[in-house]
Structure formats: structure tokens, C-alpha cells
Design a protein. Structure first.
Length: 171
């Protein structure tokens, strides 16, 4: 009998503390992709990335034109060339193609590095603002709904986008 009384008391205490705990939770959500897309810094970073990409594209186009010219010239003269000269021209074409592939890989890496360099501070700024808004407004959790992982979003969850935009000084 005493054991039953202890178990009942423990159950009452646990259910009371769980319901008290559940009442103090405050949830928020934000679409971080949408936030990042409206940040003015992101637009400037995108312009710089596009400018760098255009520069690399210009270089690659010039290399392609050089290759086309070299290949056309080789094909026109192929039958009239001596074996050693033909082998030298073929090697020159292969070297140019190798250089093009290497440059393309370099350009991709350089663009990725520049993108990371320019966008990381923007992501960090957005993250800091979200954390600050969460702390200032007493949110227990803030969920990012842009990831597509949130299966349910109730009316009790607050969209903190307006608060974060204010924090960042965005209209």
C-alpha cells in the first residue's frame, strides 16, 4: 500500500513538472534562405562572384578559340607535314587541352573559395542576429523552415523574420 502511494505521488509530481515545463517552452521559426536573399550584403557578394566567374569564362573562351585555331590549322596541313612536325603539333594540341582542363579546375576552386570568403560573414551575421533575437525574446528553440525538415508548424510557433530583419536593419 505504501509503495502504491509513493508511485502515485511520484506520478503526480512528474506530470505536474512536465506540464509546467511544457508551458514555458517558446518556439520560433524562420526561413533562413529568404532572410539571406534580402540581405543587401548578399547582393554585393553575388555581383563580385559573378564578376570573377565572367573573368574566368573570358579566359576559357580565349583558350577554346586558340585550341580551335590550332586544331583547324593542324587538320588543314596534316597530310603535308613531316612525321616529326605532325607529332609535335599533336603534342601541342594535347598540351593546350590539358592546360584548359587544369585551368577549368583551378577556376572552379577559386570561385568556390571566393564564394565561401564572401558569403561566410553574411551567414555569420544572419546567424548571430537569429541567436540574438532568440535570446532577447526568450525562445527555447528557433527552427529553420527552409531546410524542409519541419513536418508541422503550429500557430504557437512565432515567425521571427520581422524581428531579425529589424535587428539587421532591413526593411
Amino acid at each position: 500500500m505504501r509503495h502504491l502511494l509513493k508511485v502515485t505521488l511520484l506520478a503526480i509530481i512528474l506530470s505536474t513538472s512536465v506540464s509546467t515545463f511544457a508551458q514555458t517552452l517558446k518556439f520560433g521559426h524562420i526561413d533562413s534562405n529568404k532572410l539571406l536573399s534580402i540581405m543587401p550584403e548578399k547582393e554585393e557578394a553575388q555581383k563580385q562572384i559573378q564578376a570573377a566567374a565572367a573573368e574566368y569564362d573570358t579566359q576559357i573562351k580565349a583558350m577554346r578559340e586558340e585550341a580551335q585555331t590550332l586544331i583547324s590549322s593542324y587538320l588543314e596541313q596534316k597530310d603535308a607535314l613531316a612525321e616529326a612536325v605532325r607529332a609535335d603539333k599533336e603534342k601541342e594540341i594535347q598540351n593546350l587541352q590539358t592546360r584548359m582542363q587544369e585551368f577549368d579546375g583551378f577556376a572552379q576552386q577559386a570561385l568556390q573559395k571566393k564564394q565561401n570568403e564572401l558569403l561566410k560573414p553574411i551567414f555569420d551575421k544572419a546567424s548571430a542576429a537569429i541567436k540574438a533575437v532568440g535570446a532577447e525574446n526568450g525562445f527555447t528553440y528557433v527552427f529553420d523552415i527552409s531546410t524542409g525538415v519541419i513536418l508541422f508548424n503550429s500557430n504557437n510557433s512565432v515567425d521571427i523574420m520581422p524581428l531579425v530583419k529589424t535587428k539587421l536593419g532591413i526593411q
